[in-house]
Design a protein around this ligand. Structure first.
Ligand SMILES: Nc1nc2[nH]c(SCCc3ccc(S(N)(=O)=O)cc3)nc2c(=O)[nH]1
Length: 279
């Protein structure tokens, strides 16, 4: 029985787990909305994700997409705090997508994060120690080459699978040496974080090796990303649902356990059918 210890929750990794994305980006201000508008919109979206079958909610206040604008620590916290405060009472595992130790600390003090999902693999000063002081908070360590501002400017590797595996191993080892239990840790190759289509494809095809190299569960996030657009010709991210579902199934077939997606219902349905018919 393999589980992911995520705060007060033990997530069952013997079946695919869906992490629904709750977007708190400023785009939601596009209609001139205010924070309260954004918060209410986000909470309604989160409710819908759970109705659609999400097992985990992933909440992030800083966009780390390529070329994303800088978001101050205060701004990031102002965006996530009201949503974390509310969903903390919903009785479902809540993941905070942040790479800042101070934001992690505020969320953990609030009791609002069961999981810290860090695209920078707890590399911010003090992050590993902070998580080591927590009893059971779940952790996702993700590989990113460079920084969001520049990571897609001609990414290059000698051996992308080997380099990502070694990096994730080293970050997991840092956590374990600090006293963090293995059952709290999942790893993520970071599709689209300093990778071109060839790199992303190689990582997908070699997921079993990544899983075997560390022995830790894999979380993947390919939903609506450029790689799906490049393979389908879909330039509009919202039109990449079918390709994203196919990518989730490809990853499930290669041992991924947790799927970070926008389109929860489509992915949940596909994984149910795949589980029943596919393996
Ligand atoms: N664990 C985990 N957390 C994540 N948080 C995000 S935010 C997405 C940022 C982004 C958007 C689009 C592209 S692109 N150029 O490939 O279309 C790259 C990165 N993603 C992930 C992911 O994968 N895992």
């Amino acid at each position: 029985m393999s589980i992911w210890q995520a705060g007060r929750f033990q997530i069952d990794l013997n079946r695919p787990q869906i992490m629904g994305i709750v977007n708190l980006t400023p785009d939601s201000f596009s209609d001139g909305g205010t924070y309260s508008h954004t918060v209410q919109t986000a909470l309604r979206h989160a409710e819908q994700l759970l109705k659609d079958g999400a097992d985990i909610l992933d909440i992030g206040g800083e966009s780390t997409r390529p070329g994303a604008a800088y978001v101050s620590l205060a701004e990031e916290w102002a965006r996530v705090q009201p949503v974390l405060a509310e969903v903390a009472g919903w009785g479902v595992p809540v993941s905070l997508d942040t790479r800042r130790t101070e934001v992690m600390a505020k969320a953990l003090d609030l009791g609002g994060a069961d999981i810290i999902n860090d695209v920078a693999a707890l590399s911010d000063a003090g992050a590993v120690d902070l998580l080591a002081q927590q009893a059971d908070t779940g952790i996702c360590l993700m590989h990113m080459q460079g920084l969001p501002e520049t990571m897609q400017d001609n990414p290059h590797y000698q051996d992308v699978v080997g380099e990502v595996a070694r990096y994730l191993n080293s970050r997991a080892a840092a956590c374990i040496e600090a006293g963090i239990a293995r059952t709290r840790i999942t790893l993520d190759p970071g599709f689209g974080f300093g990778k071109n289509l060839q790199h992303n494809t190689a990582l997908m095809r070699h997921l079993p090796e990544l899983a075997a190299a560390t022995g830790l569960p894999l979380l993947i996030g390919v939903s609506r990303k450029r790689m799906i657009g490049e393979l389908t010709g879909e330039t509009d991210a919202a039109a990449r649902v079918h390709g994203s579902v196919a990518a989730a199934l490809a990853a499930a077939a290669r041992g991924a356990r947790i799927f970070r997606v926008h389109d929860v219902k489509a992915t949940a349905d596909a994984l149910k059918v795949w589980q029943a018919l596919g393996v």
